[in-house]
Write a protein that binds this ligand. Structure first.
Ligand code: TMP
Length: 236
């Protein structure tokens, strides 16, 4: 039995609770959705259930393939048990195809395939709107050590390979995604979530967007897109 203890933190899409074990936290996934640093708000019916399911599934898959993650087990429809990490305030974005902010920044059309994956770093700060930073900022601000960042990059490229290999037979193109890492007894461990909130998934044949861009850009069929990703990924 895992008791839901004191609420530690409420974010835009998830709530973190303490449990009776100081090493474990309970994550509750919400239906609430935000975009553009919280300026756009809405509810995506069933999103919490879908993202919990998908994150649990991806974390288990990555764990089986040698990636350390914070995932312990799924507790209910919307709840998952995770290891408590010391959070590293760097968001890691991996891109295989140009989309979103990269298209804007470099003036490239969305859908342009990159010759090799591109890794980017952002400073995890809601107040600042997660500004882009580089390895020198990370070092100077003591956000992480050189050694830790080498390990984080290695894991991020490996995760990209593993996710693409899994998604491609399911007719999902992994365009880009965001990862967060933390420290667990000195070891670098993958945290946060892996879901259509934090990844771009495009249908391989039609190019249809099956992710949060449907909400960000008012494309309609938002709930259906999340459901479709669950169907393709988990086979149910
Ligand atoms: P971007 O193109 O807007 O920079 O987004 C890159 C990827 O990161 C995309 O898969 C969505 C994800 N992402 C988040 O998970 N959280 C965020 O706050 C943003 C802006 C993007």
């Amino acid at each position: 039995m895992t008791e839901k203890g004191k609420k530690l933190y409420e974010g835009k899409a998830k709530i973190l609770y303490e449990t009776e074990d100081p090493n474990w936290l309970l994550v509750e996934f919400k239906d609430a959705a935000t975009a553009f640093d919280g300026k756009k708000r809405g509810i995506i019916e069933g999103k919490g259930v879908h993202n919990n399911r998908l994150s649990a599934f991806f974390f288990a898959y990555l764990t089986r393939n040698g990636i350390p993650t914070h995932y312990v087990r799924q507790l209910s429809d919307r709840e998952m048990l995770v290891r408590r990490l010391e959070i590293i305030k760097v968001e890691v974005v991996m891109r295989n195809v140009v989309a979103g902010s990269l298209a804007k920044r470099l003036g490239l059309p969305e859908g342009t395939v990159l010759d090799e994956p591109v890794l980017e770093h952002y400073y995890k700060s809601d107040e600042l709107g997660d500004p882009m930073i580089n390895q020198y900022h990370i070092r100077a601000l003591r956000l992480a050590t050189e050694e830790e960042m080498t390990e984080i990059s290695r894991l991020a490229f490996r995760i990209n390979d593993l996710l693409r290999a899994f998604l491609s037979p399911r007719n999902l193109d992994l365009i880009d995604f965001k990862l967060e890492f933390g420290r667990d007894e000195g070891k670098i461990v993958l945290g946060d979530e892996i879901s259509p909130d934090t990844c771009r998934f495009w249908d391989t044949k039609s190019g249809e967007r099956l992710d949060k861009d449907r909400f960000r850009r008012d494309l309609g069929g938002v709930e259906e897109a999340y459901q479709e990703v669950v169907r393709r990924v988990t086979g149910t």
